[in-house]
Ligand binder design. Structure first.
Ligand code: DUC
Ligand code: ZN
Ligand code: ZN
Length: 478
């Protein structure tokens, strides 16, 4: 007798969509068979007339994240529970090095918060904040531990996490030598800082000026610079949260020239525009990079379907409205950045992407499940419905619709970035490593059942995303 049979659904597999009548057999936390599996099971979920997808992987979240004196209500328990309700079965957070200290201290700190509370499995990136010889020498240890992705910041000088160009070059070199993947939060710091100071001097503190302080060229210049540094280092590059058509154009050009670069965008850059900043609750919508124009959104949707952007994440970092509003009237940089969204990527993008005719179901799964798992080194354990993979599955009734709002979302954040939007796609069941943790739309998972999953990059698999290992490719020399 097997543990679980998800019977008769329309299943998205690596070979394509199995139209209907496909069973998924689960035992010992893994998928053991696909197709017609006439086996007795301890539990059967009837998936006839339902969609069965891999659980989503969110490659970019900040849970229990703090900014000055504010902390996001989506901590490791509430954030992962809400994520599960939204069909997410793996999240990847950022262990952030304290400058001058060992990176492994940050890893230990993140694990000590995640392990007792996480409801779903998780991986980590490492946000690297200095390039001392001790840090550079520690990179191989971090990669061996199972954290192969390193995020560098070209901005946030006052937060003590920004790297200078020489440091970025060194980190790219060393991460690449160690078999890891360097990545970047790309915004030009001096231009943004000058703009903030200029607006502050004139008393222009409204959220509107956040977007004006960081126009599209602030992102694109930093992308251009770091693309060049990565090329000099012969290193691949992961661009986190790409938000502009101008930055995208640079990514496209680099990829066309054979450079190993991949880009991520986020739900909000696809679906919300800078006009949100002008609403009465506009301060809530402050995030970095800022929300952009409808033309930028259009370019990003196009890039999702043609492959120039490889994955969608949420950059989950949702603060309560009062914590955002408290900082109004002072420097714009002091307003906590980020939007709540870890629960909402599936319904929002299923509705606007798949129902909206912009993405096939297969492409939706690549962007939200398979590719994030590949980029974080979690594939094929995560992100795919295939025998041998973890049984991370969601079962969706595509006909059921919900109107989003602070009262319907499960995240304990007191406002909803998509208030009033009608969506389909919330899963009726979420199965994580073989356990039903959302049962008929009700969360029933146990605190602390989630485990750290070490990431190991598979360069041959990453080549399907245009990320050939530059050590082996005949790419352009700098
Ligand atoms: N920007 C970041 O860089 N991190 C968290 C959220 C945000 O908006
Ligand atoms: Zn960032
Ligand atoms: Zn982030």
């Amino acid at each position: 007798m097997i543990d679980l049979l998800v019977r008769g659904g329309c299943v998205v597999t690596p070979a394509g969509v199995v139209k209907a009548g496909c069973d998924v057999a689960v035992d010992g936390g893994r998928i053991v068979a696909l197709g017609r599996a006439d086996q007795p099971a301890r539990r059967t979920v009837d998936a006839s007339s339902m969609l069965v997808l891999p659980g989503l992987v969110d490659a970019h979240v900040h849970l229990g994240c703090s900014s000055w004196d504010a902390v996001t209500p989506n901590d490791w328990y509430h954030g992962t529970a809400a994520a599960a309700v939204g069909g997410v079965t793996t999240v990847v957070d950022f262990a952030t090095q304290t400058r001058g200290r060992l990176m492994m201290e940050a890893v230990d700190a993140w694990r000590s918060r995640a392990d007792p509370d996480a409801v779903i499995d998780y991986g980590l990136h490492l946000s690297i904040t200095d390039a001392s010889s001790a840090t550079l020498d520690e990179i191989s240890r971090v990669v061996d531990y199972g954290i192969p992705t390193f995020k560098m910041f070209t901005i946030y000088r006052s937060h003590g996490i920004m790297l200078e160009d020489d440091q970025i070059l060194e980190v790219c070199r060393r991460v690449h030598e160690c078999g890891g993947l360097p990545g970047v939060h790309a915004e030009n710091a001096p231009i943004a800082e000058r703009n903030y100071a200029r607006f502050a001097a004139k008393g222009l503190w409204q959220p509107h000026y956040h977007a004006l302080a960081k126009p599209d060229y602030v992102e694109a210049e930093a992308i251009n610079r770091v693309l060049f540094l990565a090329r000099v280092a012969s290193a691949p590059l992961y661009i986190y949260h790409l938000s502009t058509a101008l930055g995208l154009e640079l990514v496209r050009r680099a990829r066309a020239a054979g450079q190993a670069v991949l880009a991520e965008t986020c739900t909000h850059y696809l679906t919300l525009s800078a006009d949100c900043l002008d609403r009465p609750d506009g301060v809530n919508y402050i995030c970095s990079p800022p929300l952009r124009s409808v033309a930028d959104q259009r370019a990003l949707w196009q890039a999702l379907s043609d492959g120039a952007v490889a994955l969608v994440s949420t950059d989950e970092a949702g603060y309560n409205a009062a914590d955002k509003a408290r900082a109004l009237g002072g420097p714009l940089e002091a307003i906590p950045n980020g939007l709540p969204g870890v629960e909402l990527r599936l319904p929002v993008l299923y509705t606007q992407g798949v129902e909206g005719g912009r993405l096939s179901l297969e492409r939706f799964v690549e962007l939200n499940c398979t590719n994030p798992a590949r980029v974080c080194g979690l594939y094929p354990r995560k992100g795919v419905i295939a025998p041998g993979s973890d049984a991370d599955l969601i079962v969706i009734d595509p006909g059921r619709r919900v109107r989003l709002g602070a009262d319907t979302q499960h995240m304990p954040v007191d406002w909803c970035a998509y208030d009033g939007l009608e969506v389909a796609g919330y899963p009726q069941y979420t199965v994580a490593r073989g356990q039903v943790i959302v049962d008929d739309y009700v969360f029933c998972g146990a605190r602390g059942r989630g485990e750290f999953v070490p990431g190991r990059l598979d360069w041959s698999g990453l080549s399907s995303l245009g990320l050939t290992d530059p050590r082996k490719a005949d790419g352009p020399a700098a």
